[in-house]
Design a protein around this ligand. Sequence first.
Ligand SMILES: NC(=O)c1ccc[n+]([C@@H]2O[C@H](COP(=O)([O-])OP(=O)(O)OC[C@H]3O[C@@H](n4cnc5c(N)ncnc54)[C@H](O)[C@@H]3O)[C@@H](O)[C@H]2O)c1
Length: 388
Amino acid sequence: MTTPVRVAVIGAGMAGQAHAFGYRTASMAVSSSLPVVLDTIADPNLPLAQSVADRYGFAHATDDIDALLARDDIDAISVALPNFLHAEVLPAVIASGKHVFAEKPIGRTAEESASLQALAEASPAVTGVGFSFRRLPALAALAAAVAEGRLGTVHTVKGWYRADYAADPAGALSWRYSQEQSGGGALLDIGSHAIDAVQFVAGPITTVDSTTLRTVITERPKPAAGAIGHGASTSTETGPVDNDDIALLTVGFENGAAGQIELSRIAHGVPNSLGVHVFGDRGHATFDSLRPGEFTLFEAGLTDAPYNGPRTVTTGPAHPYFRDVAAMPGGGVGTGYAEAFTAEIQEFLRCVGAGTAMDTDFAAATAMMRVVGAALTVHRSGTAAPVD
Ligand SMILES: NC(=O)c1ccc[n+]([C@@H]2O[C@H](COP(=O)([O-])OP(=O)(O)OC[C@H]3O[C@@H](n4cnc5c(N)ncnc54)[C@H](O)[C@@H]3O)[C@@H](O)[C@H]2O)c1
């Protein structure tokens, strides 16, 4: 029997709850034993921490993060706080020697991210980042198909993240709408996932050729005390939004491919769609998280001309992560956003058990952040910039 990993989650908002769910369901993995002790949920909002602990079966709730870090019986900690707190809290978590699984982005700028990466690389602990979409079996399988060369040489990449969490002007002015607190609007909040996804599939982005940023809803009502997530506010007091609702980038990849990335948090009627469309000289592949249990693949010359065309591949046990997260062991039973959180926590716990680095480490977070940094530079200067 593998020694259990005793875990805590710092941050009880939307993402902290998704991590709690991931730890709660991680032990269902069939490919490895991942025993977990659900210890503590920590948040300055103690009633919220307690309700999340109760819901997901954690033994304790606390608002004292320092006391949590001082405990020597906690093995691993998730951090899911507003972006501006990551650069403040993560150094203390790393210094505590505990394994860390941090939400993206790990800082508001490439510089913050790089300095956290340096701390992580000096630590013997596992330090991972929550690029959860990579754990969807269909997107992971699409990336594997590209890596196997099934599409030939990739020349065109389209990535998108369309969401409508900010489409309602009554949506409260949370930390997400402050450039100072968030480091970016759609460009960073959801762009972090889309940029990571296209780099996962098609390799490093080396230039940002153009950036368009737009703020469409420029004022929002102030949030109620203790509000989390994307809820509406009835306050008559409003404040300014100073980051982007829409971000459109054109980019270049290391292998010479050209790409476009489209990000919107005001895409009315599209609640949550991350997608990748990639063309090579021998085929193409498409994934959209609105249909998370499938992807489309076209391989030129695979069948006779009259019947040749893209085919839909339904995910199943042959695909990455599927066997460890699906409710039944058969293809087509479906995996989605929830299972991606189970799979990412399973991957983190496997790395903790084996003492190996995660693929989604702090370096991957900085690689994403450097693209965001270049996009902001291009927005200011109006000329193309390398991703440094
Ligand atoms: N991987 C994903 O799909 C995903 C989804 C959502 C959010 N995220 C990331 O997770 C992190 C947290 O986002 P969220 O959506 O959970 O946020 P949220 O607003 O829902 O929750 C934030 C939590 O932080 C706590 N908090 C502590 N100090 C605070 C302060 N000074 N101001 C405001 N809140 C404070 C709040 O009490 C709350 O519990 C962010 O970095 C975000 O980018 C990732």
